[in-house]
Design a binder for this molecule. Structure first.
Ligand SMILES: [Zn+2]
Ligand SMILES: [Zn+2]
Length: 206
């Protein structure tokens, strides 16, 4: 049985001839949509002076970012370029000439996202998409942080696999996977079990 090149899960019969599972494919699609939707707001986040005197436009963070983070987003190696490189890789892997890289960041990002979307249905049947998946996730995460929309990661003391084997690790709730996981004992809770534990230790109140 072949397994997904991104998450390593076995591929079902319908996807046996592919390289990527459906969940990983749709995660990439969602992250591209998020990046496309959030990108236009980045200019506001990077210019904190704007909107300070007047009423704040909703969704416009009023704080500055460290220069290094700004570069990471819109500098020469920013999100637009990181995704353009992934797009060009897909085109080349398919034996096509990539669309020339536009010099403006907005246009470059648009070409990158459009191109990845166009080649994705082919790519999930043909090549290892690990790097693309990592890049899309990282770009989406960087944007979320910059825009102040990153949700704080929730961690609580881990209950351990059973009452006789207490664990010193932290249980982390992952909103993307909708599971709570502990790296120490590798316990993996579904949302119901997580809720029950969080109530029991008083982290959440009913
Ligand atoms: Zn997968
Ligand atoms: Zn644990």
């Amino acid at each position: 049985m072949r397994s997904c090149t991104i998450c390593g899960h076995g591929l079902s019969d319908v996807r046996a001839l592919r390289t990527t599972c459906e969940a990983c494919q749709s995660r990439i699609t969602q992250q591209l949509a998020l990046i496309e939707g959030e990108w236009p707001h980045l200019a506001d986040a990077l210019e904190p002076a704007r909107g300070h005197s007047g009423p704040r436009v909703s969704g416009t963070p009023a704080w500055t970012l460290p220069a290094e983070q700004v570069l990471n987003l819109i500098g020469p190696g920013g999100i637009h370029s990181r995704l353009y490189v992934r797009y060009a890789d897909l085109a080349v892997a398919r034996g096509l000439q990539p669309t020339a890289m536009p010099s403006g960041p907005d246009a470059r990002l648009a070409v990158a996202i459009r191109g990845i979307r166009r080649h994705l249905p082919w790519a999930v049947q043909a090549i290892n998409l690990r790097e693309l998946a990592d890049e899309a996730r990282q770009c989406a995460a960087d944007l979320k942080v910059a825009l102040g929309t990153a949700e704080k990661e929730v961690t609580v003391p881990c209950p351990g696999p059973d009452a006789d084997a207490p664990c010193l690790g932290r249980l982390r709730f992952d909103r993307d996977r909708n599971r709570a996981y502990c790296r120490t004992c590798r316990i993996d809770l579904d949302p119901g079990e997580w809720l029950e534990h969080a109530l029991k230790i008083g982290y959440l109140t009913a």
